[in-house]
Design a protein around this ligand. Structure first.
Ligand code: HC0
Ligand code: SF4
Length: 567
């Protein structure tokens, strides 16, 4: 066994990539802005400097562990270097902290406190820059940027887009969208993963809380909520609920206390999606056309495909996402049922995702200018509204979802994890192909955390070749294979965010991979505890077809549940 000495204690080297990982393993949480285990090492923030005996001061994140190294992390000189680094950042920082979206989890504030900053000895050298409100999903405030480059590397390395980059030099250096445009005017797909890694309020999800509070206070409006699958495994983290704690009942209670007239489940619409998309897949497979079929429920992926792979648009499922199926169906059915005007029915989505805000505003998802989904709140925004209303979340008495749109099956709920849409479609398609009920609904072959997974299944004498992708850089690689004619897949699931929706940028920021794995596990646990596991068994969905929609894939279903893409 080989060791590094950290503050006099021998710490074994066990595959760590750099000294920072060894130091953290030794139980010392060295501050950093620019280090993320899933991104490349940048070494810009200079906070993780350490003293290596015989070598002097070095960046821990960029020094590989070597046996025998003797490291000090907390000398007076290192403390002063860190303090100066933070003070220089604060000198140019817009210190509107109490009103900043990141105030509760700002890394800059945390680090300033930890390194003992009590005053700032430097004068600002930068002028105030205007805020960028051009994106419906993300607000960019250049006055709060600390130039760590986390957003730049996230967007290019994990999302394969490069919508933002470093510009200018010296003290004018800035992180900007390409060609001097606003974030919403270029290649950005609004996935929000940059905001997820931003240590400050320089990139934050755009909030719609005020608009929702106004609608809730208006007695002429009926306001209903739909809750996305992944929210139920993320919201509890905002209230320190233990892992596996079923928060759905308390979330419904909180939404009712906030003034929502009804609370429904996007899982209902996910079941509907399984049936429409599964039928579409079987039809394409029988005809041997428009294969591979790509899933189309992730708005970040849809926009990415529209921008970068227009030739693949015929391969995308024409199904709207569950969020939008829910909106169009409910706005069509409820006004008549409840005797209210469409304009007085407000549909609010609670989503783990920032790109859903953009999706809800797409003109094709509106009737005469009135949107099918009026507002989209992220999991984090809902937590803030609960907090703002003074509700003690953990002491709320659980309440149940409203019927019929509050009933979903396990197939719909696993949509929130990467691989879930594929598995849900398999649970439908396999029964259609064989004509027999499934012996087991679990398709372990399509589960896992790798960003690019493949599975080949034999179903009723047919071979189905599947690919499951998360992270748009992985999606780009697979899409390029398809364009080049080198792909054998029949069905490809794409989710923009790492881990799928459970890792969406509207969720509480996951600390590490373990957080995402825990959410995935909890979502599959929901599937286990739900009474039904196959979308085709959802009797409320069946009733909806019988009484309202007509045939699966039929005329009415097409006009309400499907869409066209724009290149
Ligand atoms: Fe998802 Fe969805 S599963 S995209 O990940 O398909 O955001 O949770 O709501 O629409 O259902 C997000 C999550 C949804 C949609 C569903 C799909
Ligand atoms: Fe890139 Fe997504 Fe951020 Fe847009 S929201 S800049 S696509 S990481």
């Amino acid at each position: 066994q080989q060791f590094v000495t950290v503050e006099g204690r021998a710490i074994p080297i066990e595959g760590e990539r750099n000294l920072l990982e060894i130091i953290r393993k030794a139980g010392i949480e060295l501050p950093t802005f620019c280090y993320h285990s899933e991104l490349s090492v940048y070494g810009a923030c200079r906070l993780c400097l350490v003293e290596v005996a015989g070598r002097g001061v070095q960046g821990a994140c960029s020094t590989p562990p070597e046996p025998g190294l003797d490291i000090k992390v907390n000398t007076p000189q290192l403390r002063e270097i860190r303090k100066i680094a933070v003070e220089l950042l604060l000198a140019n920082h817009d210190l509107s902290c109490p009103s900043c979206f990141k105030s509760v989890d700002c890394k800059l504030m945390d680090v300033a406190r930890r390194v003992g900053v009590t005053s700032v000895r430097f004068k600002p050298v930068q002028e105030k820059a205007p805020l960028d409100f051009s994106s419906p999903s993300i607000i960019r405030d250049p006055n709060k940027c600390v130039l760590c480059g986390d957003c730049v590397r996230m967007c290019s390395e994990i999302q394969g887009i490069g919508a933002i980059g470093f510009a200018h030099r010296g003290h004018q250096t800035a992180v900007l969208p390409a060609f001097g445009k606003g974030l919403g005017e270029g290649e950005c797909v609004g996935c929000g993963q940059c905001a997820n890694v931003c240590p400050t309020g320089a990139l934050v999800p755009r909030s719609e809380m005020d608009e929702v509070l106004t609608a809730l206070a208006d007695p002429t409006k009926t306001v209903v909520a739909q809750v996305a699958p992944a929210v139920r495994v993320g919201l509890g983290e905002c209230f320190a609920s233990p892992a596996g704690d079923p928060v759905m009942g308390r979330m419904v209670a909180a939404l009712k206390r906030l003034g929502f007239d009804a609370v429904y489940d996007t899982t209902f619409a996910a079941d509907l999606t399984v049936i429409e998309e599964g039928q579409e897949f079987l039809t394409r497979a029988a005809a041997g056309e428009k294969l591979p079929q790509f899933t189309s429920c992730c708005p970040g992926w849809v926009q990415f495909a529209e921008q970068s792979f227009p030739e693949l648009l015929p391969n995308l499922s024409s199904c709207r996402s569950p969020q939008q199926m829910f909106g169009s169906l409910v706005k069509e059915m409820l006004p008549e049922k409840q005797g209210i005007a469409r304009k007085d029915l407000i549909v609010v989505s609670i989503m783990p995702c920032t790109a859903k805000k953009f999706e809800a505003r797409r003109p094709e998802f509106a009737v005469d200018g009135s949107p099918d989904v009026d507002f989209v709140l992220t999991t984090q925004e809902l937590a803030r509204m609960i907090d703002g209303a003074g509700l003690r979340f953990n002491s709320l008495e659980p309440e149940s979802l409203d019927m019929p749109f509050g009933f979903g099956t396990g197939a719909g709920v696993i949509f929130g994890a990467s691989g879930g849409v594929t598995e849900a479609v398999l649970r439908f398609a396999a029964e259609k192909i064989t004509g027999k009920p499934l012996a087991s609904v679990d398709f372990a072959e399509v589960r896992g955390d790798s960003g690019l997974r493949e599975a080949t299944l034999e179903v009723g004498g047919k071979t189905l070749r599947l690919a499951i992708v998360h992270g748009l850089a992985n999606a780009r690689a697979v899409a390029e294979q398809v364009v080049a004619g080198n792909s054998e897949y029949d069905l490809i699931e794409v989710m923009a965010c790492p881990g799928g929706c459970i890792g969406g940028a509207g969720q509480p920021v996951p600390k590490d991979l373990a957080d995402r794995k825990r959410r995935t596990k909890d979502l599959y646990q929901c599937d286990k505890t739900f009474p039904l596991h196959k979308a085709q068994d959802n009797m409320f969905v069946t009733e909806c077809y019988d009484k309202f929609l007509g045939d699966v894939g039929g005329h009415k279903a097409h006009s309400l549940l499907h869409t066209h893409y724009q290149s």
